[in-house]
Design a protein around this ligand. Structure first.
Ligand code: PEP
Ligand code: MG
Length: 322
């Protein structure tokens, strides 16, 4: 039975009518990779690198980061690894960095905004990543690294981050690495057709996108439960992102919590999302759900969902596999 279960987990998330969705794991450390693979992950869709800073009392050096990224790539043995550059600020405070206190940190200097103001954080990380990409490409198990930037709001940020990547890549004689952004601010979703021209892929962070779309602090003791990623407004932002990306032939993933919910995953696939990344333990149920569906049915489901009036109405569409 165990062997049967393992075998099923290893099958791709392909719908009955042959539409494949890529399944990644949200994993932060190399020692978590084998667990993710045993659950059926096909790669890492989100490595939250702020954990490298949060798990200790100081900032890891470029060398230490390099070792970690190499170990991740080695553990993945050629499968894709999407590394998100530091997403500090908001709910992810790192006391030892002694950053200034903010009255409203979710609307403050966080994610890409912080990186662009702190080259002493951005540059060692990019150097470590490009060195890892270069040395993995030279080694046996061909590495497959992608870099993604958090909390992007406007094109200027993408241009500045790309320029830093280009410079560091040239200095290190490193190979090109696909560069993507997280879509987690409504402004980025609404302008997806513009931003898509300048990046290789999008990954939608539905946790933050929901918080910013609904104006509900994702950690609010009273309100957080209402920060529902199935709210039709959020689904419409996801649809806009997919449509904007398609204009330039870019693919879209989702790495927020909704990707790990079987019904959410089905809806996202119907909206045209190509990759879903989630907590490893959520993978088997999501794969089963997609494998029991037809993409035509999921598209019809998604069309209905974006026209719903409330999140409850969206949820009521869940009649099991479609
Ligand atoms: C998100 O915002 O959905 C996301 C995946 O990033 P994090 O939860 O780390 O903010
Ligand atoms: Mg986020």
């Amino acid at each position: 039975r165990k062997a049967q279960q393992e075998e099923r987990r290893g099958l791709p998330a392909r719908t009955r009518d042959g539409h494949a969705v890529e399944i990644g794991a949200n994993v932060n450390r190399p020692d978590q990779v084998p667990v993710a693979l045993s659950q059926g992950a096909e790669g890492v869709g989100l490595m939250r690198t702020e954990f490298l800073f949060l798990e200790r009392g100081d900032a890891p050096s470029e060398e230490e980061q390099y070792e970690t990224y190499r170990a991740m790539l080695a553990a993945l043995d050629g499968r894709p690894l999407i590394v998100r550059t530091l997403d500090i600020g908001g709910d992810k405070q790192v006391p030892h960095l002694q950053l200034p206190h903010e009255e409203n940190p979710f609307l403050g200097v966080r994610g890409a905004r912080l990186l662009l103001r702190h080259p002493e954080l951005l540059e060692p990380q990019l150097r470590a990543l490009y060195r890892a990409a270069r040395d993995a490409a030279a080694g046996a198990g061909e590495g497959s690294l992608l870099i993604m930037f958090p909390m992007i709001t406007s094109l200027r940020e993408i241009e500045a981050l790309r320029a830093a990547c280009d410079r560091i890549r040239a200095e290190l004689a490193a190979p090109a690495v696909p560069l993507g952004i997280m879509v987690e601010v409504p402004a980025a979703a609404i302008q997806a057709d513009i931003l898509a021209r300048h990046v290789d892929f999008f990954s939608i962070g539905t946790n933050d996108l929901t918080q910013y779309a609904l104006a509900i602090d994702r950690q609010h003791p009273e309100l957080a439960a209402e920060a529902d990623s199935l709210h039709p407004s959020v689904l419409r932002l996801i649809r806009m992102t997919v449509e904007g990306a398609a204009k330039h032939g870019r693919w879209v993933g989702v790495c927020g919590g909704i990707a790990g919910d079987p019904f959410g995953a089905a809806l996202l696939a119907g909206l045209g999302v190509r990759e879903l990344s989630m907590t490893p333990r959520d993978i088997p149920a999501v794969k089963d759900r997609l494998r029991d569906s037809d993409i035509a049915g999921l598209r019809a489901l998604a069309l209905k969902a974006v026209d719903c009036e409330t999140a409850d109405e969206v949820r009521a569409l869940d009649g099991g596999a479609s």
